[in-house]
Design a protein around this ligand. Sequence first.
Ligand code: DQA
Length: 141
Amino acid sequence: MPLNLLIINGPNLNLLGRREPDIYGEDTFEDFLLHLRGLFVDSDVEIHYYQSNHEGKIIDKLHEIGFSYDGIILNAGALTHTSIAIGDAVAAIEAPVIEVHISNVHKREKFRHHSYVSANAEGVIVGLGLRGYELAVQYFI
Ligand code: DQA
């Protein structure tokens, strides 16, 4: 059985590549995903991907796969800093969650310093760009 992982990206992360490239880089997530899957082609791992701009849809997805997948890599975008409900969903499910942020949120505005996800996550990777997702996959493997 392959290791089943799901990457969940929250609001505005569908605009990667076009959105504030000085902060988030010039790669689209779709291109990065091809690269990421290529890196792990010889590992017995399936890297699934879901993106939504809607809080409730992210919660629904966590519920849907949170009792069957082996790991979740969650970048909830700005909802990280506002959503008690996403934090509760991460606590409610069984699958371990690694929280990832592309930018170093601690170097940025104060409102980005708090996360409702972190306390319920297995670990947190911030500020390493898209490589954070790669390191999270490696951790799960
Ligand atoms: C982000 C950081 C958040 O503060 C921001 O709202 C995002 C992206 C990151 O990956 O660096 O949308 O999660």
